[in-house]
Design a protein around this ligand. Structure first.
Ligand code: IDP
Ligand code: MG
Length: 155
């Protein structure tokens, strides 16, 4: 099967930050062997929330979702790796923690879709859009040399 090198946008939502789960969540991506290329703590404005979640405008959960994502700091990150978009969606688990598989972030740390701890881009196209919503180009270090790569990736 062909694998492609991708970048994806991951956020630890305000519930994850408030509950002290930043370290545990970052560990999931790190120990999988994905490479961190950008990271910051920020408070999402209403305008940014509306851009980020624009596809959901008009749905019943949209207004509470914007209120939630702007309610406290989030950790915004860009992770790079083989099939990073799908791999990170798998690490996150299903949108509703009730339907998520044990071992995923949303199952292990959450209980309801309204407080599901993490965001992950759903495609390479969404990832590029979301990365540029949250990061300037000079905040992304996508070419740093990671010395453990030969222990993780094909030679
Ligand atoms: P995703 O985060 O798994 O990609 P989306 O369908 O893009 O899921 O929805 C964005 C966010 O909106 C979800 O992560 C979740 O917090 C919230 N959400 C989605 N569907 C529902 C729902 O049916 N009820 C309540 N909140 C929802
Ligand atoms: Mg989504």
């Amino acid at each position: 099967m062909m694998m492609s090198l991708e970048r994806t946008f991951i956020a630890i939502k305000p519930d994850g930050v408030q509950r002290g789960l930043i370290g545990d969540i970052i560990s999931r991506f790190e120990t999988k062997g994905l490479k961190l290329v950008a990271l910051k703590l920020l408070r999402v404005t209403d305008a940014l929330a509306e851009q980020h979640y624009g596809e959901h405008k008009g749905k019943p959960f949209y207004e509470p979702l914007v209120a939630f994502i702007t309610s406290g700091p989030i950790v915004a990150m860009v992770w790079e790796g083989r099939d990073a978009v799908a791999v990170c969606r798998q690490l996150n688990g299903a949108t509703d923690p009730e339907k998520a598989t044990p071992g995923t972030i949303r199952f292990d740390f959450g209980q309801i879709a309204q407080r599901n701890i993490v965001h992950g881009s759903d495609s390479v196209t969404s990832a590029e859009r979301e990365i540029h919503l949250f990061f300037d180009d000079d905040e992304i270090l996508d070419h740093w040399d990671r010395t453990v790569d030969p222990w993780i990736l094909p030679l």
